[in-house]
Write a protein that binds this ligand. Sequence first.
Ligand SMILES: [Zn+2]
Length: 228
Amino acid sequence: MINDHSSASLVFLQIHLGGDRNFCYLIGDRDSGQAVAVDPGFDAAGFQGIAVENELNITSILITHEHGDHMEQAGPLAQLTGATIYAGAADKVAGASQLTDGQEFSLGGHTLKALATPGHSPGHFCFLCQGRLITGDLLFCGKIGGTGSYFPGSSAEQQYASLDKIMQLPEETFVFPGHDYYGGEGTMPHSSIGHEKTHNPFLTTENYEAFCYLKDNWAAYKEEHGVR
Ligand SMILES: [Zn+2]
């Protein structure tokens, strides 16, 4: 399944290649053919096939975070394409060059910017390109990524600060998450900063204590509000 959010010379594909409703992304420039892959967790050959079909050449592989469902196929995709893998220094991704906060990648006439957003993992990054923000497991439509003992190195406090950081982006910025986890009526494979700011229960909490309370009582909240 591919959702096409391309415009003019920018190719922006949201791709479902397997896993737990995981999303991978292919972002490229039609004129130069330059492209980056984000989170190739599954099916490196399938991912490369989609790039070839779109006449794109993957030169960088960007990893939002170290969990296997996001980066498992980064190595095989690098072998197929010759691309360089990039990930946060605090995350464990074999063979990756280190990302720095604010680092820019150029794709023909377009720029993609890496934003350090630790919390769900210590070296988590989001990627912003032409008003489209890939949020990995920091933020989902109507939900957020987990922290706690199940996720070694995670920090609710860092996640709270990272969410605040991306909420400073323009409200119309599209949110493209790492999983299709929307729990309301119908489906929502993408959202916007403005929509999440007003509808995501974690982003409408008053302070850090209330945020942690909701995290600790999320199962009860979901049941009470009919969230799947
Ligand atoms: Zn994760």
